[in-house]
Design a protein around this ligand. Structure first.
Ligand SMILES: Nc1ncnc2c1ncn2[C@@H]1O[C@H](COP(=O)(O)OS(=O)(=O)O)[C@@H](OP(=O)(O)O)[C@H]1O
Ligand SMILES: Nc1ncnc2c1ncn2[C@@H]1O[C@H](COP(=O)(O)OP(=O)(O)O)[C@@H](O)[C@H]1O
Length: 199
């Protein structure tokens, strides 16, 4: 492994602020967190479509997709989930630097790991979106049949069944997908971005 004292940081001649100015909007991470089946993918996909329509430059990182590539060597132990989130945090930071609105959809069950990503970013660049739905609602949806497998003991350490999910203490946004429609959740997030000067 390279020694960090032998690595020199190179500054670019175009800054994050200049890239944001060119895009006509700020850049930040919308960090979706919640149980499997809570709606992280569904809400973030619809939100990205809406932002695109409004001329916002975005990119979306999704747990299932990233685990096929960048993080394909990681499993679901607490240590691997931590490393998963750490890498995503670093990638998200690069994307914010590139001037993009970055939407991440990972269970990210540990508060400490999410807070570490918040620390990595500048003030206001980490917008935690708690996608709230009861385990019962998620299990009833079971879009991938994983709860069924977890109940049958075919998947061990499944979040919400036999692995923990630590709810955010003070998220910027909470969408209750077992209480409100998809459209309402998307509108709620767009309103937040407008009211807080991101767009
Ligand atoms: N043991 C266990 N626990 C939870 N989830 C599991 C597990 N095994 C596989 N899956 C599938 O992996 C998706 C979660 O990946 P993430 O990268 O978001 O997880 S984490 O943030 O590292 O906890 C998750 O996707 P979502 O359902 O979209 O949340 C599942 O499809
Ligand atoms: N109000 C709602 N908001 C978001 N998803 C909903 C809602 N009602 C039902 N669903 C369904 O719940 C499921 C959520 O799955 P998904 O988006 O893959 O969750 P996650 O990415 O958190 O695992 C989808 O099948 C979606 O159609």
């Amino acid at each position: 492994m390279a020694k960090s004292e032998n690595i020199v940081w190179h500054d670019s001649k175009v800054t994050k602020e200049e890239r944001q100015k060119l895009n006509g909007h700020k850049s930040a991470v919308l960090w979706f967190t919640g149980l499997s089946g809570s709606g992280k993918s569904t809400v973030s996909v619809e939100l990205e479509k809406e932002l695109y329509k409004q001329g916002v430059h975005t990119y979306r990182l999704d747990g299932d997709n990233v685990r096929h590539g960048l993080n394909k060597n990681l499993g679901f132990s607490p240590e691997d989930r931590k490393e998963n989130i750490r890498r995503i945090g670093e990638v998200a930071k690069l994307m914010v630097d590139a001037g993009l609105f970055t939407l991440t959809a990972f269970i990210s069950p540990y508060r400490e790991d999410r807070d570490a990503v918040r620390e990595l970013l500048d003030d206001g660049e980490f917008i935690e979106v708690f996608v709230k739905a009861s385990v019962e609602a998620c299990e009833a949806r079971d879009p991938k049949g994983l709860y069924k497998k977890a109940r049958a003991g075919e998947i061990k350490g499944f979040t919400g069944i036999d692995a923990p999910y630590e709810e955010p203490g003070n998220p910027e946004i909470t969408v209750e997908t077992d209480q409100q429609s998809l459209e309402e959740s998307v509108q709620q997030i767009v309103d937040y971005l407008k009211e807080n000067g991101y767009l």
